[in-house]
Design a protein around this ligand. Structure first.
Ligand code: SF4
Length: 281
């Protein structure tokens, strides 16, 4: 979370944009308006999502040569009595045991190396944009996979990531973004698959210079559209895939109070543009 820097002298705002913001706008500009202008945000109730954040702290502890299992118990322990939604078959205990087994598996694999982990984990990178704005990204890590230098992103999930057709990963917009902002062509996803027999996928991709250039252009174009206040509803509905069904803001678009109460909370003061004071990455 970062403070908005305002150029008060000229009355301009310098806004920090993130990959999440840009992709949210591209998915549906109306959804962007709800989240970033009006302050509506999805309630964080899914246990798996909260656990994923705790697990990443345990991973950091592993690289820092601290007790990663103890870190996981401590971080996840804070949510032991929280009212989170667990999927069928999940429980607080089951998640922590899956997490510990994945950490052990990861340590045994020994395929990722990160030099100077204090500097190369959770790296903040900033790139200047037109209009005095900035793009900010937090990279999970810069290190080596099987000896090859790359940008690394951790994911925790309950199902494997698709690996085919070949080259699919190089189309992942978040990895393209990380390559663009870091200037590093090689990227990797390390996917921690939480299942009965834990699995870790080490997926590599090379991002081309052209992809990085095009992503930069996409960011600039998107920021210009946001700056000009264009927020049309654009759900991309195409039967049978209806993006609105999985959109947390559906209650706002349908004026359905029950759905709003179930899925959303609103940040206080959002209506006077305090939304700009925060950036979720
Ligand atoms: S419900 Fe559909 S139209 Fe409304 S914000 Fe979500 S994706 Fe956009």
């Amino acid at each position: 979370m970062h403070n908005l820097e305002r150029d008060r002298g000229e009355g301009k705002r310098r806004v920090n944009f993130s990959f999440t913001q840009v992709s949210n706008y591209l998915r549906c500009p109306r959804s962007y308006r709800y989240r970033y202008l009006e302050g509506w945000r999805e309630k964080e109730t899914w246990a798996g999502m909260v656990f994923g954040r705790c697990f990443e702290k345990a991973l950091a502890a592993l690289f820092l040569q601290e007790d990663c299992a103890a870190t996981l118990f401590r971080e996840w322990g804070a949510y032991r009595d929280a009212s989170l939604e667990y999927r069928k078959g999940e429980s607080w205990d089951r998640l922590v045991h899956e997490g510990v087994r994945l950490l052990e598996h990861f340590a045994r694999d020994n395929r990722i190396h990160i030099q100077a982990p204090q500097e190369n984990l959770q790296i903040k990178l900033v790139r200047a944009l037109q209009g005095d704005h900035e793009f900010v990204a937090y990279l999970d890590a810069i290190g080596q996979l099987d000896g090859q230098p790359c940008v690394i992103d951790w994911k925790t999930t309950t199902s494997r990531y698709a690996e085919e057709p070949e080259g699919l990963l190089a189309l992942d917009p978040q990895l393209i973004c990380y390559s663009w902002i870091s200037g590093i062509p090689e990227v990797a996803l390390v996917v921690f698959v939480r299942k009965r027999v834990p699995e870790i996928q080490y997926l590599k991709a090379s991002i081309t210079g052209k992809q990085r250039q095009e992503f930069g252009q996409l960011v600039e174009a998107t920021v210009q559209q946001i700056a000009s206040g264009e927020f049309p509803a654009h759900s991309g509905i195409r039967f049978p895939q209806n993006g609105c069904v999985s959109c947390a803001n559906l209650g706002l678009c349908l004026n359905n109070q029950q759905l709003i109460d179930t899925n959303l909370i609103r940040s206080s003061g959002a209506s006077d543009l305090d939304w700009l004071d925060e950036l979720m990455d």
